[in-house]
Design a protein around this ligand. Structure first.
Ligand code: ATP
Length: 508
């Protein structure tokens, strides 16, 4: 049976102000469910009660999405095994997007995409699955379910990564409701705030379809034409953008760091921040930082990308993570799944004889991919000194360090990724015949580390072992901490840091 749109479905679109003729150009058709349970498919059938939306990529149908209504309730599902991509994805190849002459418009659903196209904006796509559900408890930065996020919800971005890289500007025309804001926030983070514009709907409208109903195609065009650049967090005042989620620091895992004990230093990490951690070699920088990453993965589902130049991922880094997570290094399905879900390792391809130079540009490029594919929230560089530094001929070390930190901060801000850099002090810090506690000024490039960081931390292992002092040496924003020192217990067999129970006010 040829695929046609049944008159009552054509009417369904017309009632929404959407041209049925345009709908049929996209080969949207009426179908019916056939087959035994578990093997059900949709076939064209004008008497059926399913509207089928084909996904065409390079001219071929690669997936279909189905919509039906039963007892007044809407149901959506995809063709089994279909490719996750944008609806109308072939416009991504339009040269106008690469030249920047036109923006790519991204909507939350097909109907809004068709409304946009009908109103004169052909370079419009829709995300395949709408917006992920909003958090129930109003939590500030709720995790998406990491499993579905990796394998499902945002796979369409990864599948189109090369085409998306070429696009100069995106207009996000998602719904003006909590689910839409969250989708926008996730898209902005993955595509980079600098390329994203957002729309403002007229009063009483929460999506393009409603704008069409109330203000016609010209109204829709006005909304798109008046899209404004997304604020890069930290550059504009967030309060000016009510649709944006507000920025909130989160606990690094131990209550003593949460600022609940009067007189104690404290510190919380926040998206997009730049943190530097220093300390004498072997004093526990890597171990402490990995403890933090495990804690925030567990509590907030934050994913991390780890560049670890000194410690091979297998077996050393893996075993250290296994110990921190489960208490020992023996293989365990659950523990390894945790690592698989929450950690991305940046490395040269082990099967490739040609090794890439591990420069800062390389790390940032890989980190961008990790945002797009895995939605990472943390980038850990361990250590700074092992990066192949590309200092310009006319640049002093200090100028280079300043520029490199700016690059990392720009990346972190644009993608809302907390960047943590572990850096050795340049020399042994001897004073009066004894090693003194290093400071942020002892790192090569000196004052930049102190001046440009949002948090600066010095890890100092106690001589008797099994203890360490975490010096919170720099805090830029009052709402993210206060300077001070926190003593912790360290357990070698589990590689875990734990807070000491005793009051620590006197350490200030
Ligand atoms: N407070 C501590 N007390 C005793 N041992 C510790 C302590 N912290 C870490 N260690 C041990 O010291 C070893 C080195 O730690 P880690 O690699 O984290 O240090 P680092 O400061 O990152 O070193 P580097 O600067 O060489 O990279 C680890 O194997 C860990 O078991």
């Amino acid at each position: 049976m040829t695929a046609t749109l049944a008159p009552r479905h054509a009417e369904w679109f017309e009632q929404r102000g959407i041209s049925a003729e345009l709908v049929t150009k996209f080969e949207i058709y009426t179908g019916a469910v056939v087959g035994k349970p578990g093997e059900r498919t949709v076939v064209p059938n004008p008497r059926g009660n399913v509207i089928a939306f084909p996904f065409v990529e390079h001219g071929a149908v690669v997936n279909e999405k189905y919509r039906t209504e039963r007892d007044g309730e809407k149901f959506f599902w995809h063709r089994k095994g279909g490719r996750r991509t944008f609806w109308n994805s072939d416009v991504l190849d339009d040269p106008l997007l690469e030249s920047g002459a036109q923006a790519l418009i991204i909507t939350e659903g097909f109907e809004d995409a068709i409304v946009s196209i009908q109103s004169g904006w052909p370079l419009t796509v829709s995300v395949p699955d709408g917006a992920p559900p909003p958090p129930k408890d109003g939590a500030p930065l709720p995790p998406l379910d990491p499993e579905t996020e990796r394998s499902g919800k945002f796979e369409f971005l990864w599948n189109n990564r090369d085409r998306l890289k070429r696009v100069k500007r995106f207009i996000l025309a998602v719904d003006d409701d909590p689910a839409g804001h969250r989708l926008a926030a996730e898209l902005v983070r993955r595509l980079g705030a600098a390329r994203c514009l957002f729309v403002t709907y007229p009063k009483g409208c929460k999506d393009l379809n409603k704008v069409l109903e109330m203000h016609g195609e010209d109204g829709v065009s006005d909304v798109i034409r008046n899209a404004r650049l997304y604020p890069v967090r930290g550059l504009y005042r967030l309060s000016e953008y009510p649709s944006l989620q507000t920025l909130q620091p989160i606990s690094i895992g131990w209550p003593i760091f949460d600022g609940i004990f009067p007189g104690n230093g404290w510190m919380k990490i926040f998206p997009g921040e730049f943190m530097v951690v220093t300390g004498i070699p072997s004093h526990g920088k890597s171990t402490w930082a990995l403890n933090v990453l495990v804690n925030i993965a567990r509590a907030f589902h934050w994913r991390s990308a780890v560049f670890s130049a000194e410690m091979p991922t297998v077996p050393y880094l893996r075993d250290k993570l296994r110990r921190i997570i489960s208490g020992n290094a023996s293989p365990d399905v659950e523990t390894d799944r945790f690592i698989e879900t929450f950690f991305t390792f940046m490395d040269n391809d082990p099967n490739d004889a040609e090794e890439d130079d591990l420069t800062l540009d390389w790390i940032i490029e890989k980190a961008r991919d990790a945002v797009l594919r895995d939605g990472i929230r943390v980038l850990l560089i361990d250590p700074w000194n092992e990066i192949e530094h590309a200092r310009r001929r006319d640049e002093s070390v200090s100028e280079y360090v300043g520029r490199a930190i700016r690059m990392l901060k720009r990346f972190g801000k644009q993608y809302e990724v907390a960047v943590i850099v572990l850096a050795h002090p340049t020399k042994d810090v001897w004073e009066h015949g004894k090693i003194r506690t290093p400071t942020l000024y002892d790192i090569e490039g000196s004052a930049h580390w102190f001046n440009k960081s949002d948090h600066g931390v010095v890890i100092e292992r106690a001589a008797e072992g099994g203890q360490a002092t975490i010096h919170i040496a720099k805090v830029r924003f009052d709402e993210t901490g206060y300077k001070g020192a926190i003593r912790m217990k360290f357990e070698g067999s589990t590689q875990r840091y734990q807070q000491l129970e005793e009051p620590q006010g006197e350490l200030l």
